[in-house]
Ligand binder design. Structure first.
Ligand SMILES: NC(=O)c1ccc[n+]([C@@H]2O[C@H](COP(=O)([O-])OP(=O)(O)OC[C@H]3O[C@@H](n4cnc5c(N)ncnc54)[C@H](OP(=O)(O)O)[C@@H]3O)[C@@H](O)[C@H]2O)c1
Length: 260
């Protein structure tokens, strides 16, 4: 797998949201297959620690970019720092959620979530889609979720951002395939990471970040959507056979129990 993967997606990969959780595990998984890495997040200290860990363990180079992707100007700043790298793989993992009654939350958090989960993903993907089409190869991994396949009470805006990403990934997959560019949506259920704390959710029976990362890398180039982990497969496939309205009712019960 390593040499094929390197040829298709190397020699550099960029992973946003790499300072923690799924992005961190994905960066390690990518380093395992021998790609150099540009890792992005806000927390410089955590990025530095991960960078030196990866460089010590695997024979790859790691560059760190600490940046707040909620800010509109950040995407231009990010792009200006990566133009000279021969990147073949882009993983947009940075993101966060909120929970509870939408009308009681802070509108600033909800708008920031749209900026990080959607706006910056679209801007970065536009840049990479152009580069990858020109070089006639590349991979784009976008972060969907189990909640992105129907409306979800008590996580209404977060679920909507993930529905956006799911639709975006599906459309792009078939647009870019003819140019040799692979697009994948990774849509897990609950995952044990920093996500639950920031979203104020009890994560319960959650998958590990390592499983999500491993299955996501294995699916790139073969699938449109991967549902990594047992729970996302079990819930995903049992929900999909139901009418959409039933799925919303069931998600309301699940999310009502998870929201603190
Ligand atoms: N955990 C789950 O149950 C689950 C399930 C399905 C999908 N997802 C999706 O998976 C992705 C990763 O989440 P996770 O579970 O790994 O959560 P996590 O452990 O909280 O990690 C989130 C990552 O996103 C980065 N990030 C957040 N806001 C950012 C900002 N404004 N600018 C730059 N980076 C930012 C964080 O970095 P800094 O803190 O350093 O900024 C961190 O590296 C998200 O898109 C999430 O929606 C998660």
């Amino acid at each position: 797998m390593n040499s094929n993967f390197q040829k298709k997606y190397g020699p550099w990969a960029l992973v946003t949201g790499a300072s923690d959780g799924i992005g961190r595990a994905l960066a390690i998984e990518i380093a395992k297959v021998g790609l150099n890495l540009i890792i992005v997040g806000r927390n410089n200290e955590r990025l530095e620690k991960l960078g030196s860990e990866i460089q010590k363990k695997f024979n790859v180079i790691v560059k760190i970019i600490a940046i707040d992707l909620a800010k509109n100007e950040s995407n231009k700043a990010l792009i200006s720092q990566i133009n000279q790298y021969e990147i073949g793989l882009f993983a947009a993992i940075a993101g966060f959620g909120t929970s509870g009654d939408f009308f009681k939350g802070k509108i600033q958090d909800e708008l920031e979530m749209i900026d990080v989960n959607c706006r910056s993903v679209v801007e970065q993907t536009y840049y990479f889609a152009n580069r990858f089409v020109t070089q006639k190869r590349g991979g784009i991994i976008l972060m969907g979720s189990l909640v992105g396949f129907q409306g979800v009470p008590y996580s209404a805006n977060y679920a909507a951002t993930k529905a956006f990403i799911q639709n975006f990934a599906e459309g792009l997959h078939f647009e870019l395939k003819q140019f040799g560019v692979d697009v994948l949506s990774s849509a897990p259920g609950p995952v044990q990471s920093g996500f639950g704390k920031r979203a104020n959710l009890n994560m319960g029976n959650a998958a590990s970040t390592e499983v999500v990362a491993e299955k996501t890398i294995q699916a790139l180039g073969y699938m449109v959507t991967i549902r990594p982990g047992f729970l996302s497969k079990f819930l995903g496939w049992s929900l999909i056979i139901l009418p959409r309205i039933m799925r919303i009712y069931i998600m309301r019960i699940i999310m009502g129990k998870m929201a603190k």
